[in-house]
Write a protein that binds this ligand. Sequence first.
Ligand SMILES: O=C(O)CCC(=O)C(=O)O
Length: 261
Amino acid sequence: MNSKRARSLNADELAGFNRDGFLVLRGLLSEDTRIAMRAVAERDLAALVEPLEFEADTQYPGAPASRQAPGGRTVRRLLQACDRDAVFRNQATAPTVVACLEQMFMQPVVLVQAHHNCVMTKAPAFSSVTGWHRDIRYWSYQRPELISLWFALGEERVENGCLNVLPGSHRVECAAQQLDAAQFLRPEHPDNAALLVQQYAVTLAPGDALFFHSQLFHAAGRNQTTETKLSAVFTYRAQDNLALAATRSATHPEIDLSTTV
Ligand SMILES: O=C(O)CCC(=O)C(=O)O
């Protein structure tokens, strides 16, 4: 929706985001933008344009053991999307995006380029399983309150590894024993049963957008179809929520969006 007039959230949408920790806005991407984003992603995927993350790098269940193993060159993320092509940067900073985020944060917004800022790719073969986690676990800010925005560049459903979320889990306190050493929820731990029973598959149509809180537990399965799934993902912080000095979160220039809307 690259029109000059920004869409804003109605009261139900805003209350839903605050309650659930996520919100889907259907058809936020214009068809032209979605097709342009897909074309860039497919071009860069075919040519393995750096910077990239490979499935093998994640070491997640189902990932190739190394970059040299069969399937080892399967891409998981086309990194630094905003520098890759203006179509990504323009959409990530579009007035509607900024207007919705300002309502969620209740203050001006900054686009963080150190986290996400990528096209997530999920290939039919060699894709991995992502366990239940909060994105904030490896991010370092004054407050753990960032928001990511996930654009479906094609259909996203259980069969091709759509995101699953635990609604409301952005507000849940977890004890140390509920998490493993890498801060994934232990699926077998009895204290997690009440949480996991609430899991919800976020199915998206091409062009839909998902906003989700950095403390929301989410997970995803493998792509069991024959077509690669592509999603563009960006992360934002409130203007007063600074990255901590000398952490990875402080490594990339940020984009101040306070004058966009
Ligand atoms: O698509 C996936 O497998 C999940 C991606 C994800 O949750 C993440 O990178 O934080």
